[in-house]
Design a protein around this ligand. Sequence first.
Ligand SMILES: [Zn+2]
Length: 254
Amino acid sequence: MLYNKTEAIVLGQNDFGEADKVVTFYTKEFGKLKAVAKGVRRIKSRFGSAMEPFSHDHLMLYMPRKRDLYIVTGSRIIRTHKELRENFDSFITGSYITELVNKLTEPEEPNGHLFSLILEAFHQIPKQDRDIIIVIFAIKFLADAGYKLNLEKCVFCEKPIPLSEQKKLSIQYGGILCAKCQFRDVQAMNVSSLTLRYLKRIGIVDLTKVGRINIEASIKNELKRIVHFYLSHHLPGRLKTEEFMEKLISSSTV
Ligand SMILES: [Zn+2]
C-alpha cells in the first residue's frame, strides 16, 4: 500500500524548496514521521492551517517504500488548536511538549497511548498552570516510554519505606531509596512525603477528567527539579524550549 490514511498531530515544520515544507507529524498509526507538504507556503494553499504546529488532522500520505520522506496528498483538520498558537504562554507549553515527543521517540514506532496523551495535554494547556502541565506530561510520557519511577518500595532492597522515614529519589536507578540504601546513589535527591504523594497521583491522573490543578509552590518546585533531572538523564542534549524558558525566567527577575 503506497497510500495510507492516518490521524496526525503536527510536531514541527521546516521550509523546503521554494513553496514547500517538511512537516514532522506524530501519527496514530505509524508514530513519528516526516512528510513533504507541497505548496503549503503559497497564500492559497489547499492545506489551510492543517500543517501549523499542534494541528490535529486526518492525513492522506503517499508512502513509497525505501524512502524516508513521504508526501502529504490530502488533509482534513479535526482540531486546529489555534488557541495554543495565539497565546504566548500556551505556545511555549505546547512547543515544550512537541519538542519532547520529537526528541524522545523513534521514527515510525506507533504508540496510540502517547498519541492520546499529547491531545489530552493540548486540551489542558489553556486551563492549567504551565509548569503543572509540563510536569504531568513529562512524568506520564516517561512512564509510558518505559522509565516509570518506582515509588512504592526501595528500588534496591524492595522493602516498603515507612512514611516517617526520609526518602531519596534516585533517577539513575529509577525510584526511591530507603535510609539503608541511600549510599548507593550520591546524586539521589531528597523528596518530601507530600511531593512523593503528588508524584504517585500524577502517574494515575486522568487528564480528560481533571479541573484546574493547584499545587503549592514549594511542591511544584520540587516536582520541576525531579522532572528536570529525570529528563536530562534520558534525553540526549537539552530542549530548546527549556533553555528558552530559563532565559525568560532569568530575564524577568533582573
Ligand atoms: Zn533499601
